[in-house]
Design a binder for this molecule. Structure first.
Ligand code: ADP
Ligand code: MG
Ligand code: ZN
Length: 629
């Protein structure tokens, strides 16, 4: 049965060639065919004759075609040669006699009909390349067929899947902060090492293990580590490699993969980025045909069912988007075991940093715990990147060891982009940016639930901002209360609030990102978190977001009326307005602080937490604004 699945028509395959043909034909024609004779009017033609510019003339039934003498051609440098022929239509009924006499008098060659040779030349020029290409095509197909399997062998040849286990010596110790996942996979490793033990007892070992989690959390790494730990052959292929131009190739690759694996059992098959082929068949509403993907997926399902679990072949797969997978993949006997990799928490981040810093010359004073504290939300790939950046920073300094400041710089660079000191900003703009940032800072210092301000800066960074206020939570957050969200909105509005306060209500475009985030947050408070008394403890709309991808702002399905939509807008607007008023009153009451810190910031460009505290402590503190209006 499996074979029939890939025997679909191969028109796509041919289509690729046709496109190629068309391009070639176009090329040949433009490259080799001479340009058409230049069309002129009958009187111009006669003028050329009269001036004696023509070398020969051909008179046919409908046309006069003359060839200009060589010295009449104005060849321009670098341009293609000018066609020496001019042509005009004969005026019907007009006697050619006088013209012929004139030409004879000038000893111009006269001929009557088109030479046959040129017909053949024309045919050759227009059809020759096509014939040639068809010939090449036929020969190529013959050879393909001889090598077995027709066009399908195209896929087969490319799909050589090798045992890659010798390429990785990744071990579990290289993967940090995913202890639960490792514990789950340990069972698989034991099974692969001594399949007999499990087979004797008749226990059902999972056939397929699906690793799910956000990008960069180490799914691929973990799969390699399982291979490294168990020491069995490892066949790996990425879902995106299956996405091929020719129908049938994906399916044949899957077949090859399983064939080879069965011969080498016990072993591991690893399909990375499973979603590329495993998308739900129901979700096929793209511009492109899903035929290829569906065939590949079908083949995968067939193969997974095709051998019993006693075979000691473990199929691992990884995906960032488990929710788009075809449900058939998750049925018992297929990928029925899921191992979830979450974003690492602070302790786990520290462990990952340690793994990557292990082989590097890190100075004794470096505190990776504080690096971990400053990188909430980051995944293993980001942390690996930070360690690498830190090493590069140390190298740039020509230092022998990586110091704490190298790590600090690396964190900033990864989170904020690099500093663009060269960007020239006018004094007016700079002042505005300073007040804007200090606005964020002061609101953050005034509201009870904001994360502490680590730094405020007006050095432009490559990622967006002209300045930034960096707040760091002391710990990882999993929950947020309503007052906390309100305070976050207030801090976001602080930049614009300061601009309004200082520049007499004149605002700038600089706050647009802040406003977008604040609006989204307010909207979510209403639609997702039931934090509006008017709208009650309900959610509105079905979000189309992925659990593991950072796409909170994606389109949602509307499951409420227009009237409700209006209410949502009003309620969200209300939240924003309340916080806006609050911010304005905070900043009005701290106007002196605003000026003081902005002036210091303009002078120093960056104020760290301690400097900020000192500055404000020396100053007579304003009364703290009320927590909630
Ligand atoms: P995924 O496949 O989940 O997108 P990868 O396995 O490709 O993520 O991770 C990319 C890189 O990030 C790895 O090569 C490794 O250097 C680093 N990394 C990710 N997670 C971890 C981890 N838990 N421990 C150590 N390094 C990690
Ligand atoms: Mg990966
Ligand atoms: Zn801002």
């Amino acid at each position: 049965m499996p074979a029939t699945l890939s025997q679909k028509p191969q028109w796509k395959f041919t289509l690729g060639y046709l496109v190629w043909f068309a391009l070639m034909i176009w090329f040949f024609r433009t490259a080799f065919s001479p340009s058409q004779p230049r069309e002129v009017s009958y009187s111009d033609f006669l003028a050329e004759v009269g001036a004696g510019h023509l070398a020969d003339v051909r008179i046919t039934e409908g046309q006069l075609i003359g060839t200009l003498k060589k010295d009449q051609l104005k060849q321009e440098k670098g341009k293609p040669p000018v066609n020496p022929q001019i042509e005009c239509d004969r005026i019907p009924g007009l006697d050619a006699g006088p013209l012929v006499q004139e030409l004879q008098a000038q000893h111009v060659d006269i001929s009557g009909k088109v030479p046959t040779q040129s017909i053949w030349g024309g045919v050759l020029i227009s059809w020759g390349p096509i014939l040639l290409l068809i010939a090449i095509y036929v020969v190529a197909m013959r050879r393909l067929q001889k090598s077995g399997g027709g066009p399908l062998s195209f896929g087969r040849n490319k799909a050589k899947i090798h045992d890659q286990s010798d390429r990785f010596d990744t071990k579990f110790s290289d993967v940090a902060g995913v202890e639960e996942a490792k514990a789950e996979l340990q069972e698989i490793i034991d099974f692969l090492k001594t399949p007999e033990k499990y087979q004797k007892l008749g226990g059902r070992i999972p056939k397929g293990v699906l690793l799910v989690g956000p990008p960069g959390t180490g799914k691929t790494l973990l799969a390699r580590a399982v291979a490294g730990e168990s020491g069995v052959p490892f066949f790996s292929i990425s879902g995106s490699e299956f996405v091929e131009m020719f129908v049938g190739v994906g399916a044949s690759r899957v077949r090859d993969l399983f064939e080879q694996a069965k011969q080498r059992a016990p072993c591991i098959i690893f399909i990375d980025e499973l979603d590329a082929i495993g998308k739900s068949r129901a979700s096929g509403h793209g511009l492109f045909s899903n035929e290829e993907r569906e065939q590949t997926l079908n083949q995968l399902l067939v193969e997974m069912d095709g051998f019993d679990s006693s075979k000691a072949v473990i199929i691992m797969a990884a995906t960032n988007t488990p929710e788009v997978l075809d449900p058939a993949l998750l049925r018992p006997g297929r990928f029925d075991r899921q191992v979830v990799l979450e974003r690492p928490d602070m302790k786990e981040r520290e462990a990952i940093l340690k793994v990557h810093a292990r082989k590097l010359p890190v100075a004794p004073g470096v505190n990776l715990e504080s690096v971990a504290a400053e990188t909430p939300g980051m995944v293993g790939a980001d942390l690996a990147n930070i360690v690498n950046e830190a090493a590069l920073n140390a190298a740039r300094r020509n230092a022998g060891q990586i110091e704490m400041r190298d790590f600090d710089q690396a964190v900033d660079r990864v989170t904020l982009g690099f500093e663009k000191k060269g960007r020239l900003i006018g004094p007016d703009e700079k002042e505005r940016v300073a007040y804007h940032e200090v606005g964020h800072t002061l609101v953050a210092l005034s509201v009870p639930n904001a994360d502490p301000v680590k730094r405020v800066s007006i050095i432009p960074r490559s990622i967006g901002a002209l300045g930034h206020t960096l707040q760091l939570p002391g710990r990882d957050r999993y929950l947020q209360t309503e007052p906390e969200l309100e305070d976050r909105i207030a801090v976001l509005l602080g930049g614009r609030g300061a601009e309004e306060t200082v520049f007499n209500g004149v605002v700038s475009t600089g706050a647009s990102d802040d406003l977008a985030r604040a609006s989204e947050m307010a909207r979510q408070m209403v639609t997702r978190f039931g934090m509006s008394s008017q709208m009650g403890a309900m959610t509105y709309g079905i979000p189309h977001e992925s659990r593991y991808l950072n796409t909170p702002f994606e389109a949602e399905e509307k499951n409420y009326s227009e009237r409700t939509a209006e209410q949502i807008d009003t309620e969200a607007r209300d939240i924003i307005d309340r916080q806006h008023e609050r911010v304005k009153s905070i900043l009005a009451s701290r106007r002196a602080d605003l000026d003081l810190v902005a002036a210091a910031l303009l002078k120093k460009e960056t104020l760290e937490h301690d400097e900020l505290e000192k500055l404000l402590a020396e100053h007579k503190p304003d009364p703290i604004a009320p927590a909630r209006p």
